[in-house]
Design a protein around this ligand. Structure first.
Ligand SMILES: [Zn+2]
Length: 125
């Protein structure tokens, strides 16, 4: 089974790696593991560990799928003190091809609570 060891794939509760069903939320880990990679990446943007979120940010950044832009923005706003992640999101979006999703995402990040993130978004839009 290919999954992040130690955390429920649904609610991210700490989990024994052998557990098939999460004792906290009841989710079947095998069913969740079968989701496609894109869904897993989008879900990982909600992970409590910053480094797991960062891996998802980087992977979604490379994929540059316009309909994931708002998910990246939402992640930045859910973690307003994670400036490193906010800057990474701006940097990844900046490299995307020009388009409405990219423009709107960078414009939204102009209102991020962290000044550094706002400034980076302003320079990029
Ligand atoms: Zn769970």
């Amino acid at each position: 089974m290919n999954r992040q060891p130690g955390f429920c794939l649904a609610c991210f509760a700490k989990l024994d790696t052998a557990a098939q069903v999460c004792p906290v939320c009841g989710a079947s880990q095998e069913g969740l593991s079968a989701r496609d990679y894109r869904d897993k990446l989008l879900h990982a943007l909600h992970h409590p560990l910053a480094e797991v979120r960062m891996r998802a940010i980087i992977a979604l950044g490379w994929r540059a799928e316009p309909d994931t832009a708002q998910e990246l923005v939402a992640c930045a706003f859910r973690h307003p003190t994670d400036v490193v992640a906010g800057l990474e999101i701006v940097a990844r979006l900046r490299d995307w091809p020009q388009g409405t999703s990219r423009t709107e995402a960078l414009r939204a990040l102009n209102r991020h609570p962290a000044r550094l993130v706002r400034k980076a978004a302003e320079r990029s839009s």
